[in-house]
Design a protein around this ligand. Structure first.
Ligand code: FAD
Length: 463
C-alpha cells in the first residue's frame, strides 16, 4: 500500500562549510532505504499529472512502480523510452515546475521526490550494469547531421539513431554536452555523468566530432551536400552585457567566460590545468537566474572574502530555482536586491574597484507578469567590488545565421520556425536555445525529439 503521508525523503547533502571549498557533488544519491521509502509515497495515479507535465513525457508512476518491486533495470528502461539522459535530468531539471510541481501530494504532504528517484534509478542501474541502450531500427541509409552537442542535439541524435538513420554530431568545442559541460558546475552535475550518458548515445552508433565550428570549418550548405537533413541545436552561447561605462575593465567577466573557464577548462585546478582564473576579494554577480547562481557558487569555491548576487528586482521575481538560491545562501553567498548597475569604476591600472549603482522599487508588471524595477531618483551609491560577473542572459551566436542567409531569424538572432516546426530552409530543422533564446534542458530535449520525428517524416516522404 502506498504511504503518501510518510515524510518526503530529500537525501543528504555535503556540509556547506566543506563543499564551499571544493567542486564535489553537493546532493548525495539516495540510499536504497531512502529510495524505497520515497517510492512508496507515490500513489501511482491513474491520470498522472506529473507525467503529463513532463516535457518529454517520462512514464513516472510506471518507473516508480518498477523501482518499488526492486526492478531497477526495467525502471531505467522505462524512463529511457522517452528520455535518454535520466542521470542528467534527475539532477538538473526544474522538477518543481514540471513533474513535482504537479504531483497530487504536493499541497498536503509534499510532492514525491521524482528528481532524486530518477537519479537513483539511473545511477544504480549504471553501477549494476543494468542499463542497456535502446534498440535501433534497421539502417535506412539516410544520413543526418546535428550541429552542437547540447541536450537538444543529443536528444535529436538519439531519436534519429533509434529510427535507423546514420547520425553525426558536430561540436565546436573540444568536449561534448553544451551548457551541461561548460555552464553547469560539477558540484551540480559531475562530468562523468555527462560522459556516461553521451556514451549511451555513442553506443547507439551516433558519431561525435569535436572542434568543428559550423559556419567556419564547414557551412550548413556543405553539410547539406553530404547529409540528407540537418538539425541545428547550437544553443544560445553569446552573452548579454550590461552596456554601461567601464565594462571592459580588468576583473569583469561575462558569466559565460567565467563558467567556461571554471567548468570546461577546470581553471580551479590551475596550474595542473592550462587555464588560469583571477578572482579578487569581493565578487559581485549581476543577475538572478541559474547562470548567476552557478557563477556565484563557483566564485565562492575560488576563495574570495565575499560573493554578492545583485539583482534588479526583489527575491520573489528571481528566475533561479529556489533550491539553487538556498544552496548558494548556505554556502555564504549574500543577496542584494533592487539594484541597477550604472558604471564600473576602475583604479589607475584599469582594474575594477567598485560599481556605481542606483536602488530600485517595484513598478507595474511586465508582459511576463513580473513587476518592473523602477529606479529611485537620488539613490546612487557605490558597491565595492574587484571582480564582477555579468549573468543577465544569453542569446544565439550569429555565426550559423550569418553564413546561412536562407535561415530566417528574429532581431535577437533566434531561428524562426513555421507552424509545422520547420526552418525556412528545406531539410534543415532546429530546436533548443537557438529557437527559444534560452530555456531548460528538458525543453531543449523535447525540441530535439520532436524535430527528429519531423526529420523522419521528411526523409520518408520528402516533405
Ligand atoms: P547548448 O546546451 O547551449 O548546446 C549547444 C552546443 O552547440 C554547445 O556545445 C556549443 O558549443 C555548440 N555550438 C554552438 N555553435 C556551434 C557551431 N556553429 N558549430 C558547432 N557547434 C556549435 N536548465 C535546466 O533545465 N536546469 C538547470 O539547472 C540549468 N542550469 C543552467 C545553468 C547555466 C549556467 C546556463 C547557461 C543554463 C542553464 N540551464 C539549465 C539551461 C539549459 O542548460 C539550456 O537551456 C540547454 O542546455 C539548451 O540546450 P541546447 O542543446 O539548445 O544548447
Amino acid at each position: 500500500m502506498p504511504n503518501p503521508s510518510a515524510p518526503r525523503q530529500n537525501g543528504k547533502q555535503l556540509d556547506p562549510q566543506i563543499r564551499k571549498k571544493n567542486f564535489e557533488e553537493v546532493a548525495q544519491i539516495f540510499t536504497q532505504e531512502e529510495a524505497l521509502a520515497e517510492a512508496e509515497r507515490c500513489l501511482n495515479c491513474k491520470n498522472p499529472r506529473c507525467q503529463a507535465n513532463c516535457p518529454v513525457g517520462v512514464q513516472i508512476p510506471a518507473f516508480i512502480a518498477l523501482l518499488k518491486e526492486g526492478k531497477v533495470g526495467q525502471a531505467v528502461a522505462k524512463i529511457m523510452e522517452t528520455s535518454l539522459l535520466p542521470a542528467i535530468c534527475g539532477r538538473v531539471c526544474p522538477q518543481e515546475k514540471h513533474c513535482e510541481g504537479n504531483c497530487v501530494l504536493r499541497e498536503k504532504f509534499g510532492a514525491v521526490n521524482i528528481g532524486m528517484l530518477e537519479r537513483y534509478t539511473a545511477d544504480t542501474a549504471r553501477k549494476e550494469g543494468l542499463l542497456q541502450p535502446p534498440v535501433c531500427a534497421s539502417a535506412t541509409g539516410k544520413k543526418v547531421a546535428c550541429i552542437g552537442s547540447g541536450p537538444s542535439s543529443i536528444a535529436a541524435a538519439a531519436e534519429l539513431a533509434r529510427a535507423g538513420h546514420t547520425v553525426t554530431v558536430f561540436e565546436a568545442l573540444h568536449a561534448f554536452g553544451g551548457v551541461l559541460r561548460y555552464g553547469i558546475p560539477s558540484f551540480r552535475l559531475p562530468r562523468e555523468v555527462i560522459d556516461r550518458e553521451i556514451e549511451t548515445v555513442k553506443s547507439m552508433g551516433v558519431t561525435f566530432k569535436t572542434d568543428v565550428l559550423i559556419g567556419a570549418t564547414e557551412k550548413v550548405a556543405d553539410l547539406l551536400k553530404d547529409f540528407d537533413a540537418v538539425y541545428i541545436g547550437s544553443g544560445a552561447g553569446l552573452p548579454t552585457l550590461l552596456g554601461i561605462p567601464g565594462e571592459s575593465a580588468v576583473g569583469v567577466y561575462s558569466a559565460n567566460e567565467f563558467l567556461t573557464r571554471v567548468n570546461l577548462m577546470q581553471a580551479y585546478k590551475f596550474p595542473q590545468t592550462d587555464t588560469p582564473i583571477q578572482i579578487g576579494k569581493h565578487v559581485v554577480v549581476f543577475g538572478g537566474g541559474n547562470s548567476a547562481m552557478d557563477a556565484a557558487r563557483c566564485a565562492m569555491r575560488l576563495g574570495p572574502q565575499s560573493v554578492t548576487v545583485a539583482y534588479r528586482r526583489s527575491a520573489a521575481e528571481m528566475p533561479a530555482r529556489a533550491a539553487e538560491v538556498a544552496h548558494a545562501k548556505e554556502e555564504g553567498v549574500a543577496f542584494d536586491y533592487l539594484i541597477t548597475p550604472k558604471e564600473i569604476l576602475q583604479d589607475e591600472s584599469g582594474r575594477v574597484k567598485g560599481i556605481k549603482c542606483t536602488r530600485n522599487e517595484l513598478g507595474t508588471p511586465d508582459a511576463k507578469g513580473r513587476r518592473r524595477p523602477v529606479e529611485i531618483p537620488g539613490s546612487d551609491f557605490v558597491l565595492p567590488a574587484d571582480t564582477i560577473i555579468v549573468a543577465i542572459g544569453q542569446r544565439p551566436n550569429p555565426i550559423i545565421a550569418k553564413t546561412t542567409p536562407e535561415l530566417k531569424t528574429t532581431e535577437r538572432g533566434v531561428l524562426e520556425l513555421d507552424e509545422q516546426g520547420k526552418t525556412s530552409l528545406p531539410g534543415v530543422y532546429a530546436g533548443g536555445d537557438i529557437i527559444r533564446g534560452g530555456a531548460t534542458v528538458l525543453l531543449a530535449m523535447k525540441d530535439g525529439i520532436e524535430a527528429a520525428h519531423r526529420i523522419n517524416a521528411y526523409l520518408k516522404e520528402g516533405k
